[in-house]
Ligand binder design. Structure first.
Ligand SMILES: NC(=O)c1ccc[n+]([C@@H]2O[C@H](COP(=O)([O-])OP(=O)(O)OC[C@H]3O[C@@H](n4cnc5c(N)ncnc54)[C@H](O)[C@@H]3O)[C@@H](O)[C@H]2O)c1
Length: 367
């Protein structure tokens, strides 16, 4: 049976909604029947660009919610909660873009509300479904790395690495929460947990520093506005087993700096900016082999409709067949906790235990 879905927030800057459209269209069980954007012109242009019927454009969020069985939220981080809660009121499942909200507290509160509503709550942290991530995960699971003790991941930059890109919602605390530490960091924390939790235990301790290098950007013809969150960030994580993780994420880096390396007692695996995966083994005397061997990405590492196709397949299965899914709002709140620990570490100039950032047990204490 097919289900009707609506997208809230068709896009202005990155326009991640187009990525979602590709995922929806890759899964025949989904039918996009409605879109709504607070700026009607954004929705009109988006529908035109993707050659969709203008009839799917709704004039309000309520109008969209009346026409669908599930909702995808692709708006700025601060508005996710209000939109999701309106969907919960109508018992509609929600697929929300990352980060879930502007900080851990708000993310935790939204995850609690989703659970209370009893609907499927699914997150747009899609990196684990990229072919390189599936191949790396499979290699780790096969025990080929041995005991893992080191992990490095650099991510970021590209489009807004250009300081001449104007001021966007993601560069302001009130609409985004933290900057690059959350924007890219949430994806990085997701991958750390996906790759390492079964081998190194949970994330135990966080040390981080953030900074804002480009402090103002063009607002409109009349002048510049202030960037109120970070565009540079470095996070050091200690896993339960003592393995050390370094995450470098910056909005200002050139994109070809991206890469990942995981090192264990038996061998090391790495991924380059093109998503190619390499393995370096040890010689009999324990030294590192001179040559890297490129590992082949096979059909089983690639999903129909790519990462988003896999996500929309999971979202559908969760709604229709109660299938289990990992990328829940609870999972996203846990990732937000690591980011908050990083921000606290930067503010207080010390290592922060993840257990220090725990939410109060009673809901009234949120107020
Ligand atoms: N998973 C990923 O790889 C990935 C990549 C990019 C962005 N994102 C996330 O996706 C979300 C959207 O980012 P983007 O770059 O596509 O944004 P964007 O600026 O391209 O688009 C946001 C759109 O939402 C609309 N909007 C804002 N508030 C609204 C409201 N209350 N109701 C309806 N429409 C509203 C805006 O008019 C705009 O058209 C963010 O949470 C971002 O962090 C995730």
């Amino acid at each position: 049976m097919s289900l009707r879905i609506g997208i809230v927030g068709t896009g202005q800057t990155i326009g991640v909604a187009s990525d979602h459209l590709a995922g929806i269209q890759a899964v025949p069980e989904w039918e996009l029947t409605a879109v709504y954007d607070i700026e009607p012109e954004h929705a009109r242009l988006w529908v035109e660009k993707h050659e969709l019927s203008p009839e799917i454009i709704c004039s309000s969020l309520d109008a969209l919610l009346e026409r669908v069985d599930a909702v995808t939220i692709c708006t700025d981080n601060a508005s996710h909660g209000t939109i999701a809660r309106q969907a919960f009121e109508r018992q509609l499942p929600v697929f929300c873009e990352k980060p879930l909200s502007i900080n851990f507290k708000e993310s935790r509160r939204l995850a609690d509300d989703a659970r209370e509503a009893g609907v499927v709550h699914y997150m747009g942290m899609q990196y684990r479904y990229h072919p390189y991530a599936q191949l790396i995960k499979e290699t780790i699971e096969a025990g080929e790395l041995g005991d893992i003790f080191s992990y490095r991941h650099k991510l970021g930059g590209g489009r807004i690495g250009n300081p001449n890109v104007g001021l966007e919602w993601r560069m302001k605390k009130e609409t985004s929460g933290a900057g690059s530490i959350a924007d890219f960091g949430i994806h990085q924390v997701d991958l750390v947990q996906f790759f390492l939790n079964a081998h190194c235990g949970e994330i135990a301790e966080v040390q981080a520093d953030v900074g804002t290098y480009v402090t103002s950007r063009q607002l409109d013809e009349s002048g510049y506005g202030t960037v109120t969150n970070d565009d540079l960030s470095v996070i050091v994580i200690r896993m339960e087993n003592g393995a050390l993780v370094t995450l470098n994420n910056s909005r200002l880096l050139p994109q070809d700096g991206d890469g990942l390396e995981i090192v264990g007692t038996k061998s090391a695996i790495s991924m380059d900016v093109h998503g190619h995966v390499f393995m370096r083994s040890r010689n009999a005397d324990g030294s590192w082999a001179e040559e890297n061997e490129e590992l082949k990405i096979e059909d089983r590492h690639q999903f129909s409709g790519l990462a988003r196709g896999k996500q929309y397949h999971e979202f559908y299965e969760a709604i229709q067949f109660n299938a289990p899914y990992e990328l829940s709002f609870d999972y996203a709140a846990q990732a937000a906790k690591v980011i908050d620990a990083g921000i606290r570490s930067s503010e207080e100039r010390r290592n922060v235990l993840l257990s220090e950032v725990d939410a109060p047990q009673k809901r009234k204490e949120y107020e």
